[in-house]
Design a protein. Sequence first.
Length: 208
Amino acid sequence: MEHILKYFPNLSALQKSQFTQLGNQTRFWNEKLNLISRQDADNIYAHHVLHSLAIAKMVEFQPGTRILDLGTGGGFPGLPLAILFPEVNFYLIDSIDKKVRAVEAIQKALGLRNVVTQQMRAEEVGETFDFVVTRAVADLMILYEWTINLISRGNSFNDVPNGLIALKGGYLDLELAAFKDLVYKFPIPEYFSEPWFLDKCILFIPMD
């Protein structure tokens, strides 16, 4: 939890409680369903919660923004962002039903009223959003093809255009080559000093 307070010191008492519960609930459900790597269970806040919140350093979502978390897995990055932005609407989907049910249980335990969860694939989504966020789900070109029709064009009321926001890590030159100047890269070490983030970044493809 200290990792969160280090970079987000102005959390309300409710948000602090929700982040604490998020860690506890994730550990509980991880023992049942392996939501995240068992080897990573002791690093939930640094490797999962804080990693998700890096997106909040790139853009501060305005109230009323609609965000789709594609392939949410154990609820990341959607749940941490939903705690941080209680007036933003989050839609968390995953193709694996048992993970969706676990995330829904966590959401209810945290009392998050700005989150909807559903078992669904990207191609089954029938509406558009201001942003699609995702974490280590697929190659960037595949993500782009999945989401190009899921993001509404124009009329953005945030500081950046509507678009795809992907948390990525490792060697990305081949993925980025296909996009040339269409993708923006934000190194996470510019926001967080922990060594684990050294090769991590946020990739942003605006859809304006």
